[in-house]
Design a binder for this molecule. Structure first.
Ligand SMILES: CC(C)(COP(=O)(O)OP(=O)(O)OC[C@H]1O[C@@H](n2cnc3c(N)ncnc32)[C@H](O)[C@@H]1OP(=O)(O)O)[C@@H](O)C(=O)NCCC(=O)NCCS
Length: 185
């Protein structure tokens, strides 16, 4: 069923709930979490972001899922699939993305949740390719992409970021369904 929860050994990827707003706003106000973004997000910007994600779920049946660590924390961040709203040489496309609260980093959780999201994208949605992108200096995120079997494709200038801004340049990674299928354990 589109929009159903994705369950992994340590995580539940689910639709957003009103209670998620508070911890998501705290995460978006953490300078360490937001180091690779042009700015942190206010509570209002966080609420607007959740509304956009919910609209994406309504329109397409999938999106950035809220992530829960069952028995430990009701909300630790998001992981999921999204159609970027901007235009670039590689769009239209489906991207995989992630953002977790600092205290949950370094345990393999982003990779674990992302594997479930990739399986959903390729098996359930029948996608041919999933991409991911970040700034070159975001080594943690790039490492997650590599662990997922994604390969570096190209650099690009993010069209939503001023071309003179130091975070404008991005790296694009790609994973085709065939690559994903052949790399599965
Ligand atoms: C990116 C992010 C989701 C990773 O979450 P995570 O659960 O810690 O990821 P994982 O544990 O699955 O993998 C992280 C990998 O980065 C590696 N890593 C961590 N710090 C690193 C560093 N300074 N240099 C190189 N590698 C590093 C880890 O060792 C691990 O790789 P390994 O399993 O080979 O050891 C998390 O750091 C985050 O939320 N960052 C802020 C938001 C963000 O930047 N999102 C992406 C925007 S495109």
């Amino acid at each position: 069923m589109p929009g159903a929860d994705l369950v992994t050994p340590r995580l539940r990827l689910r639709r957003w709930r009103p209670d998620d707003l508070e911890p998501f706003a705290a995460l978006n106000a953490d300078p360490e979490v937001m180091e690779h973004f042009p700015s942190m997000l206010s509570r209002e910007e966080t609420a607007a972001a959740v509304s956009r994600v919910e609209k994406h779920f309504e329109d397409r049946g999938y999106g950035f899922w809220a992530v829960e660590a069952p028995g430990q924390a009701p909300f630790i961040g998001f992981i999921g699939l999204l159609v970027p709203a901007f235009e670039a040489s590689f769009t239209p496309c489906v991207e995989i993305g992630w953002r977790l609260a600092r205290s949950w980093w370094g345990k393999g959780l982003a990779t674990e949740g992302a594997r479930a999201a990739l399986a959903y994208g390729f098996e359930r949605l029948g996608l041919d390719e999933i991409v991911s992108f970040t700034v070159p200096s975001n080594v943690r995120s790039r490492r997650v992409m590599e662990k997922l079997g994604m390969r570096y494709s190209e650099d690009f200038a993010h069209p939503r970021i001023d071309s003179k801004h130091p975070l404008c340049r991005h790296v694009l990674y790609r994973l085709s369904r065939a690559e994903w299928a052949s790399a599965r354990p």
